[in-house]
Design a binder for this molecule. Sequence first.
Ligand SMILES: [Fe+2]
Length: 271
Amino acid sequence: MPEIAVNPLHPSLGAEIAGVDLGKPLDPATREALQRALAEHLALVFHDQSLTPDQYLAAVTAFGPPMRQHYSQHHMPGYADIGLVWHRNGQRPAERWHTDHTNRERPPAATVLYGVEIPSAGGGTSVANMRAAYAALPEDERRRLDTLRTVNSLDRDHPDTLPEDREKFGKPIVHPMVRTHPVHGSRAVYFHITKALCIEGMSPEDSRAYMEDLIGRMIRPEIVYHHQWRKGDVLVIDDRATMHRAHGDYDRSQSRVLWRIIVEGDRPVLA
Ligand SMILES: [Fe+2]
């Protein structure tokens, strides 16, 4: 068995993985153990990593094949599968709860972030357990949510989206609002509030109001792991059963640079 230690970070989700150098090739048993740990704990933290872009891209294949991110103006030069999360190129921190890239037919299984430059305070990332959120809903609401589907496209409030990206990634994609995790077998609430144009059969306004209401009721501190970044951290987020958000509460005269990779997952289904 591979020598990895999985140390839970929070009662609901999140675990630190010790004993893995992501800069070295990972053997099949370690890759399998990491996939299982992600499905179980939903957020994995690796500390003190030192990675080149090529090493980072190779390491994340443990969770799936890297997939292209749709805001191509933020790609790392020379590395189109790494996105730069960086306020100094005009990005605003994604402070709303969401899961990534729901406008894709096969949305990411995971989002991976690598902390390259970290401000001295604030600027954390929070991850909410949407498996626990689903389980805590009243039974009649769970049954109703099981029948609902969202229609997804690119965010309307990103005016800097390039026309070629809108062309490639903007066509409407329908996903269930509750999905079954392909590894874990459990159900989780699944939607991206600003990528969902509407819930099928509901007006855009009613859809938005319902999703806002759901987020307000579901995401309580008991189901949230807050990651305070240290330089060299790698955070892997299971996009199939969580939502996450950034925190913009840091000094903008300091740099905050995360390298982001998303890896392809399955088409969401409710089984
Ligand atoms: Fe995100």
